[in-house]
Design a protein around this ligand. Structure first.
Ligand SMILES: Cc1cc2nc3c(=O)[nH]c(=O)nc-3n(C[C@H](O)[C@H](O)[C@H](O)COP(=O)(O)OP(=O)(O)OC[C@H]3O[C@@H](n4cnc5c(N)ncnc54)[C@H](O)[C@@H]3O)c2cc1C
Ligand code: SF4
Length: 565
């Protein structure tokens, strides 16, 4: 990775962050010929060299224990976590919110589940359908050409199902369901729950010089052959190959700089290696530091012209933030015990999923959720089948214990609901006036509240999952959570799909960016992460972040050509 110390150069575009949004902007803008600098707060990474894809679990010197900077396991690709030393955030009293941040080239795309769902036509116009939240100023038709382009560029498997709000894509063939997934499918069919091939950005055929997946199931460790999508190797690497990208790693952006006329002139950042303050100059600034970090940057970019933070004349920076609703149920399926050993290889993720299938008119909550499937006999890790004494045989010693491990291995399935939260006035972030990070940069303070909409939706998830497990002849691993336990809803932020804080809209009084993700208050400032999202949808957000980032990048290229920026 190149490291440039010159302060004098004027770049066409400065992008903050190299994850999904920043990586796509860097790719699209350099391919269009722009001279781009990316400021990335984390370290370099290269899947081909750095991934632990083929390391056996028993090679772990820590017996599988995770590390602070790798909370998902020491072999996981993603450096980051819920808590980053020296980079705190705070919560208002009563708020349960956790913020997962990556600190490396490629951001969270080094670990993500690669569930790559398009938002559907209804998702952009929810207020018109149920009166809640707000409509987007754009529709599915505006984004569809970009979804098509990223399908072709990055690669995604799936199947054309012609469902009204789960649009078809340009799909590679999906992998066949594995044994536990076939059992889930049979139960879902009997209960009339739609169950279809998953849609994941993993190559089942070679594409654009990248190899197809060999089904080792280790996607979260980074794929050495780049058969799955990371911004790191699929977007940043080709952007660097154009010769038009300068990538500054360990560069922690502090604020966007503006001149007296209110134009962005560049970004001030900390060189983490030396702790020194630096500046980079650019004609256009694109923020893609992840939705909430972008809100933080905007709120911290105060000047005499923008005393409440940049792009914040509406007072809505940091507002309308959402996360996906989520809850899980695991189940023990006796039918899957003592299975005949068979090839169970697959991608590092589910081969089937259940999109939202019900009509809200017949339910007591708005919006919906989809169901993700896990379980079966994946590569055993340290502590697999933890708590075997709770299984019917009650644990034991020696041969009986070994036999029990063989009998029960892979006889569990899990179902996770991922649903749509509606933005509310009690869920937002702001600058904490009393706390700064290790570089003296003011940090975010979170306020969070679920409403009855979300609690009722999650109750429905729990009941549905228990019904599916019963239909498979199994037993849930945990009792039904009570109303007092919020029906098992995950805390805000825990599903790691936080969005909003710089929402788009046609009215500058109620939104931060326009339909091109361009700040209403500062025409050469753009947001290319989840910040401009008006609503969540029950879809995981990254495919839409990528599509919008590409759309915004095309707009920037067009505006530069017209001399409008
Ligand atoms: C375990 C896990 C599973 C997930 N599974 C899925 C899934 O299956 N499907 C899905 O759609 N989404 C999933 N996600 C979410 C997905 O990873 C994010 O939606 C996506 O990565 C967001 O892209 P982004 O560019 O906004 O942010 P990120 O990918 O987080 O990138 C932001 C980058 O900005 C850098 N940065 C932050 N602050 C600064 C600063 N001040 N200065 C300079 N650089 C900075 C960070 O270091 C980081 O590299 C998952 C996430 C996790 C962690
Ligand atoms: S399962 Fe496929 S995409 Fe995932 S790491 Fe293995 S080869 Fe790569």
């Amino acid at each position: 990775m190149q490291r440039v110390t010159s302060q004098g150069k004027l770049y066409d575009v400065c992008i903050v962050g190299s994850g999904a949004g920043g990586g796509m902007a860097a790719y699209a803008l350099t391919k269009a010929g722009a001279d781009v600098v990316v400021l990335e707060a984390g370290e370099p990474w290269d899947n081909a060299k750095d991934s632990a894809m083929l390391t056996w679990p028993y090679e772990s010197p820590r017996r599988g224990k995770s590390t602070k900077e790798r909370p998902f396991g020491e072999f996981d690709a993603c450096i980051g976590g819920w808590e980053i030393p020296g980079e705190p955030y705070t919560r208002a009293p009563g708020t349960e919110f956790s913020w997962w941040r990556a600190r490396m080239v490629g951001g969270r795309t080094n670990h993500w589940g690669r569930i790559s769902l398009r938002f559907g036509p209804y998702d952009f116009k929810r207020k018109s359908r149920d009166g809640l939240g707000d409509d987007w100023p754009i529709s599915y038709e505006d984004v569809a050409p970009y979804y098509d382009k990223i399908d072709r560029l990055i690669g995604i498997f799936g199947s054309a199902e012609n469902l009204p709000n789960e649009p078809n894509g340009v799909f590679l063939p999906p992998p066949r369901p594995r044994c536990h997934e076939l059992l889930v499918k049979q139960a879902a069919d009997r209960l009339h729950v739609t169950c279809i091939p998953a849609r994941l950005s993993i190559l089942t055929r070679p594409l654009n010089g990248r190899a197809a997946c060999h089904y080792c199931g280790q996607c979260n460790r980074g794929c050495k052959v780049n058969a799955n999508f990371t911004s790191t190797n699929v977007l940043i690497a080709p952007a660097l190959a154009t010769g038009k990208l300068t990538l500054l790693t360990n560069a922690m952006a502090r604020e966007v700089l503006v001149d007296a006329s209110g134009r962005a002139t560049g970004v001030a950042y900390i060189d983490k290696a030396t702790g020194t303050d630096r500046r980079v100059r650019a004609k256009v600034v694109v923020l893609a530091a992840s939705a909430l970090e972008t809100a933080r940057l905007l709120l911290n970019s105060k000047s005499s012209r923008f005393p409440n933070g940049l792009a914040n004349s509406s007072g809505t920076v940091g507002k309308y933030i959402t996360d996906t609703t989520g809850t899980d149920v695991g189940g023990f399926i006796p039918k899957m015990m003592d299975h005949v050993p068979h090839n169970h290889d697959g991608v590092g993720g589910m081969h089937l999923y259940m999109p939202w299938w019900l009509d809200n008119a017949k339910l007591d909550f708005p919006r919906g959720y989809h169901i993700e499937v896990w379980g079966g006999p994946h590569v055993p890790s340290y502590d697999f089948i933890g708590g075997i004494h709770r299984y019917p045989s009650g644990g034991g010693y020696g041969k009986q214990l070994k036999d029990d491990y063989r009998r029960y291995y892979g006889a569990t399935i899990g179902l996770s609901g991922r649903g749509e939260m509606i933005p509310n006035d009690d869920s937002y972030c702001e600058i904490d006036a009393h706390t700064v990070d290790r570089w003296g940069i003011p940090v975010l303070r979170f306020h969070w509240k679920w409403t009855d909409h979300e609690y009722k939706q999650v109750k429905h998830m729990q009941e549905t999952f228990r019904g599916l497990i019963a239909e498979m002849g199994g037993q849930p691993a945990s009792p039904m959570p009570t109303a007092e336990q919020g029906y098992g809803i995950a805390d805000g932020g825990v599903i790691i799909h936080e969005l909003g804080g710089a929402r788009m809209g046609d009215d500058p009084k109620t939104s931060v960016t326009n339909r091109w993700c361009q700040a209403h208050d500062c025409r050469n400032l753009f947001v290319a992460d989840g910040g401009p999202f008006v609503s969540q949808a029950d879809k995981n957000p990254t495919w839409t972040i990528l599509a919008l980032s590409m759309r915004t990048s095309d707009y920037i290229t067009d505006q530069i050509k017209k001399g409008a920026l």
